[in-house]
Design a protein around this ligand. Structure first.
Ligand code: SF4
Length: 442
C-alpha cells in the first residue's frame, strides 16, 4: 500500500504526485497586466515615502509603481535593478510585511498596503525575459576576488563589473546562488528562478564564476590578496548552532538548512523521506520554511517550538500565519532539554519558559512532543573565519562601507556585522562594498 501521512516513522511519497506538484507550486501567482495596473493605482506616490526608507536597498518605490501605472514596466524594472540587481528574487522572498509594506501609508490608514512586492515581481519578471539592461564601463584592469556566490557576492560582483573591473567569484558549492539556491523554501522560488537570475546577472560580462572553491581548503586569503587588487567576503554562515539538549546526537536530529537544501536540489520531491511527526526548533524564517515544507511533503503532525513568545519570533507575522494556514502548530515559551529515543529520536522533551528577573528561564514544568525527525533552526554561525580578522558577535566586523579590519578586504551579507540576515540586506551590503572598493581602487 502506498505511504500516507499516517504511515509510521519516516517515509517518502506520503502524498500523490499531483498533490505534491500543487503543494510545491508558486506560493503567489504573478500579477497580470490588468492586476498590476489596479494594484499600482492604489499608490499615493508619497513625497518622502516611508516605504523607500524601510527598503534596505532604498528602491524608489513610488517611482517604479508610477512607471507601472503609466504602462512602462521596463522602466520600472530599471528603477528597481539600479538599486537592487537581485530585485527579482527579493520580490519573492522579502518579508515585505515587516519592511516596505508595513510602513505603507495605505497599510497604516486602511490595514491594506500597496502590494509592493508583487508589483516588483511584475516589473522585474518582464525585464528578465529581455537582454540584460546594464553595460560595463571601460575596463579598468583591476581584478577583484569575490568569495561566495550568494546575494552579497553577486550584488558586489555585478556592481564592480559595471564599473569596469574584472571579477572572479569563488563559491564552495557546486552551484552559485547561496541561500537563494539552497536556503529558502521551494515554493518561493519555482522554475529554477535562482539559477536563471544568476545567468541573467552574469550577462553584464567581466565576471568569471569558479564553483567548488572553498576558503581554507582550496583558497587562502593571503594568496588572494596577492593575486587580486581587492577581496570581498560574502561567505555566509555555514555552521549550525547546537541545541544544548541531552541526546541531540541521536539519528534524525537534523539541521533545518540541510533539509531545505536537499528539498531545493531534489528533482522529484516524492522521493524525499519525511517523518509522520516532525518537530522544528527555532523561531525564524528557516524554521518556518522547514516546517511548512515538511507539512507539504505529507507529514501528519508538524510543530514549531520556540523558546519565547510569538511576538519575539524572527519570522514575520505573515510567515507565522502561512505556517498555521498549512497546518503547522506553533508552540511558544518552550525550550528543548532532552531528545529521547533508542538510537533515533522518538520524542523531544521541552521545559516551559517565562521571563524572569535575569532573563528567560525554565519554569521546571516539562512536556514531550512525539518526533520522528527533529530539525534544528536556531541560528547559524560563521565557521572558518579568516585569521587576523577582527570579529564582533561571531561575525566579521565591518564599517558602514563594508571594509574589514584588514586592508584590502571587504565583507558583507550574513557573515558580516550590521543589518538583518535577509537577502535584501545582503544585496545592499554587497552593492555598497563594491562602491567603496571602486572608490579605493580609482
Ligand atoms: Fe505608495 Fe505606500 Fe509607498 Fe506611499 S508608502 S509611496 S502609498 S507604496
Amino acid at each position: 500500500m502506498a505511504n500516507t501521512p499516517f504511515t509510521p516513522g519516516i517515509a517518502a511519497g506520503r502524498l500523490s504526485g499531483d498533490v505534491l506538484a500543487e503543494n510545491f507550486g508558486d506560493l503567489h501567482a504573478p500579477l497580470d497586466g490588468h492586476e498590476a495596473a489596479v494594484a499600482a493605482d492604489r499608490c499615493y506616490f508619497c513625497y518622502e515615502a516611508p516605504c523607500v526608507t524601510a527598503c534596505p536597498t532604498s528602491i524608489d518605490i513610488p517611482l517604479f509603481i508610477r512607471q507601472i501605472a503609466t504602462g512602462t514596466a521596463e522602466a520600472a524594472a530599471q528603477t528597481i535593478f539600479e538599486q537592487n540587481i537581485l530585485g527579482g528574487m527579493c520580490a519573492r522572498v522579502c518579508p515585505t510585511d515587516t519592511l516596505c509594506e508595513e510602513v505603507c501609508v495605505r497599510e497604516v490608514a486602511e490595514g491594506k498596503p500597496v502590494e509592493i512586492g508583487r508589483l516588483q515581481r511584475f516589473a522585474t519578471d518582464i525585464m528578465m525575459r529581455q537582454p540584460h539592461p546594464f553595460t560595463r564601463a571601460a575596463t579598468t584592469g583591476k581584478k577583484i576576488a569575490v568569495l561566495g556566490a550568494g546575494p552579497a557576492g553577486l550584488a558586489c560582483a555585478h556592481r564592480l563589473a559595471m564599473h569596469g573591473h574584472d571579477v572572479v567569484i569563488f563559491d564552495a558549492r557546486a552551484k552559485p546562488g547561496g541561500l537563494n539556491e539552497f536556503g529558502i523554501a521551494s515554493y518561493k522560488s519555482v522554475d529554477n528562478f535562482a539559477q536563471s537570475e544568476v545567468d541573467w546577472l552574469l550577462q553584464i560580462g567581466g565576471i568569471e564564476l569558479r564553483v567548488g572553491q572553498a576558503l581554507g581548503a582550496d583558497l587562502t586569503l593571503e594568496a588572494l590578496k596577492t593575486d587580486y587588487d581587492a577581496v570581498f567576503l560574502g561567505i555566509g554562515l555555514a555552521g549550525v548552532n547546537a541545541l544544548g539538549a541531552t541526546g541531540e546526537g541521536k539519528e534524525n536530529v537534523l539541521d533545518a538548512v540541510d533539509f531545505i537544501s536537499n528539498l531545493r536540489q531534489a528533482g522529484d520531491v516524492s522521493s524525499l523521506p519525511v517523518g509522520r511527526n516532525v518537530v522544528v526548533i527555532g523561531g525564524g524564517m528557516t524554521a518556518v520554511d522547514a516546517a511548512v515544507q515538511a507539512k507539504l511533503l505529507g507529514a501528519e503532525n508538524v510543530t514549531i517550538a520556540y523558546r519565547r513568545g510569538r511576538d519575539r519570533m524572527a519570522a514575520s507575522v505573515y510567515e507565522q500565519d502561512l505556517a498555521a494556514s498549512k497546518g503547522v502548530r506553533i508552540v511558544t515559551n518552550v525550550q528543548p532539554v532532552a531528545v529521547h529515543g533508542n538510537g533515533s529520536v522518538r520524542e523531544v522533551e521541552f521545559e516551559y519558559t517565562a521571563d524572569g528577573p535575569s532573563g528567560l528561564q525554565g519554569t521546571g514544568e516539562t512536556m514531550r512532543i512525539a518526533a520522528d525527525q527533529l530539525f534544528k533552526a536556531i541560528g547559524q554561525q560563521l565557521i572558518g573565519a579568516p585569521d587576523g580578522m577582527v570579529l564582533d558577535g561571531g561575525k566579521i566586523k565591518v564599517n558602514d562601507k563594508g571594509a574589514t579590519s584588514v586592508s584590502g578586504i571587504w565583507a558583507g551579507g550574513d557573515c558580516a556585522t550590521g543589518g538583518d540576515d535577509l537577502t535584501v540586506t545582503a544585496v545592499a551590503e554587497g552593492r555598497d562594498a563594491a562602491e567603496d572598493i571602486h572608490g579605493a581602487l580609482s
